[in-house]
Design a protein around this ligand. Structure first.
Ligand SMILES: Nc1ncnc2c1ncn2[C@@H]1O[C@H](COP(=O)(O)OP(=O)(O)OP(=O)(O)O)[C@@H](O)[C@H]1O
Ligand SMILES: [Mg+2]
Ligand SMILES: [Zn+2]
Length: 477
């Protein structure tokens, strides 16, 4: 069907939210399926992570064009390389130019990569390889294709995100086949968190688009790859995220994740665990601040991550003290060799009444994370909600990495302090106590199990705890 014959303005989106994309009514051609439509709600980032051939590129192109039609402004289209963005996203068979209306294109400057629409909107093509070129734009929307293949996180963090700041609803659509990068994991984790409405994740497989793909080619791919890792990622669109040597995998975290606070059992103890930065300032380490609880079932519950970057000791101590109060915690915890004394000292300058305690994890980095890794495998650690940075570290950090993951270290100290990592698994049954990986100083001094129900504690301070996560409460005493 000729473009000109179509009824505008919606060739691609029909009036059915859950359409299968096959012709009906006046949409006599194949058009967007339900999953190819932008999600409802007030989202900021839509991550469309699917298998090959799902129609991702088309989806991004059509979505961006619709934005550019609706509101005259500047937009960006970003792909892994300059070549990709021109040959696939702009000029390709699923690209922007292909789906423009007959009289819609005012100009396409191949040199600068500017596509100008008749209504005055400009779509700037950019390469994720050159993160600096993205700086300085004022964008009302952007589409990023093959996001998992972007070489520099800066193209996203420093280029795209800060530029999305004008228009009625600046939004970013990211389309990609799944591949584990730290950046991907961060966004996927947010997408899976039902409390984080800013990021929406849509997944799908190649088969979803079978009406528009060659049967022969699909059969061939199925024969070659079905059941393999490549097949799971490239055809089914599954994010395979086991990094050899990492503490755990997102699958394991997901399996034991708690989405509804009502499912958290009563907690007998709650600690705020800290891994302090050695120096304060822009480029310094972060100070890991993680709140962990121990349930009546003996399992660990990760409740919050208030890790801060570039904070002075006084700032992180205040944050930890606020976390201590909001969660009605029993102790603030540090590791002896990792600033344990400094923590006690600093915390007491903020509030001398706060109980702090040191744990000792005697062995090297590799070994001390191992019991925690075992806890995850055994399904004895539950994340209450989702913690993007922490989870990225858990799934990608290996002891070979020089950079020390602060949130992860804090979590490890918290697990030790709660006695989760000692005596909780089979290995420790056979290990004499003095050989075990850690010992909790002054274990006897820990308070008796907490009275009252967890659900009450949670609902009481919920808003404040969210604010603390966002950093609004940095300066509260
Ligand atoms: N709902 C749809 N209706 C009609 N055609 C569609 C639909 N979705 C996708 N297509 C077509 O399917 C083909 C594949 O789409 P596209 O190139 O966007 O897939 P992709 O997921 O980006 O693939 P790749 O993984 O290779 O990048 C294109 O010809 C596209 O126009
Ligand atoms: Mg594509
Ligand atoms: Zn339809």
């Amino acid at each position: 069907m000729e473009l000109a014959e179509r009824n505008r303005p919606s060739d691609w989106y029909c009036d059915r939210a859950d359409c299968d994309g096959l012709p009906h009514d006046r949409w006599t051609w194949n058009h967007a399926r339900g999953k190819q439509r932008p999600p409802d709600g007030d989202w900021f980032i839509w991550l469309l992570m699917t298998g090959r051939g799902f129609g991702k590129t088309r989806c991004g192109a059509e979505w961006l064009l619709n934005k550019a039609r609706d509101y005259q402004s500047d937009y960006a289209c970003v792909a892994p390389t300059w070549r990709d963005v021109r040959l696939v996203c702009a000029q390709g068979p699923s690209g922007l130019l292909e789906f423009m209306w007959d009289d819609e294109l005012a100009d396409y400057n191949k040199g600068s990569g500017d596509i100008t629409l008749r209504n005055g909107s400009i779509i700037h093509l950019a390469s994720a390889d050159q993160p600096d070129r993205l700086r300085g734009y004022n964008l009302a929307g952007a589409w990023g294709d093959e996001f998992a293949a972007w070489r520099y996180p800066a193209a996203y963090d420093e280029g795209l995100i800060p530029s999305l700041r004008i228009g009625p609803q600046p939004q970013l659509c990211l389309t990609t086949t799944p591949k584990l990068t730290k950046l991907m994991l961060r966004i996927v984790t947010r997408g899976k968190n039902p409390d984080d409405s800013a990021v929406v994740l849509t997944t799908g497989s190649m088969w979803d688009n079978k009406a528009n793909l060659s049967d022969l080619a699909m059969d061939e791919l199925r024969r070659s790859y079905a059941g393999t890792r490549i097949g799971r990622a490239e055809l089914e669109g599954e994010l395979i995220e086991d990094v050899d040597g990492a503490v755990t995998t997102l699958d394991v975290i997901d399996e034991h994740r708690i989405r509804d606070n009502k499912d958290v059992p009563d907690l007998v103890r709650i600690v705020v665990a800290i891994d302090p930065a050695v120096t304060a300032g822009e480029d310094s380490d972060a100070t890991g601040i993680v709140v962990v609880g121990k349930g009546v079932d003996g399992h660990g519950y990760v409740l919050a991550d208030y890790t801060v970057k570039g904070a002075t000791p006084k700032q992180w101590a205040k944050k930890a003290a606020a976390a201590y109060r909001l969660w009605e915690a029993d102790r603030i915890i540090g590791e002896v060799n990792n600033g344990g004394d400094l923590i006690a000292f600093t915390i007491h300058t903020v509030d001398p009444r706060l109980p702090s305690q040191s744990v000792r994890a005697t062995r090297g980095k590799r070994v001390r994370a191992e019991p925690v890794s075992a806890l995850y495998d055994l399904g004895r650690i539950h994340h209450v909600g989702a913690f993007a940075d922490l989870e990225t570290q858990l799934c990608t950090w290996t002891p070979e990495d020089p950079e020390s993951p602060d949130n992860l270290d804090a979590l490890v100290w918290g697990c030790y302090a709660l006695g989760l990592a000692v005596g909780g698994d089979w290995a420790s049954l056979f290990a004499p106590q003095r050989d075990s990986h850690a010992r909790v100083e002054d274990q006897k001094a820990l308070p008796a199990p907490r009275p009252g129900s967890w659900a009450n504690v949670y609902s009481k301070g919920k808003k404040d705890r969210r604010a603390l996560t966002r950093g609004d409460k940095d300066d509260t005493g």
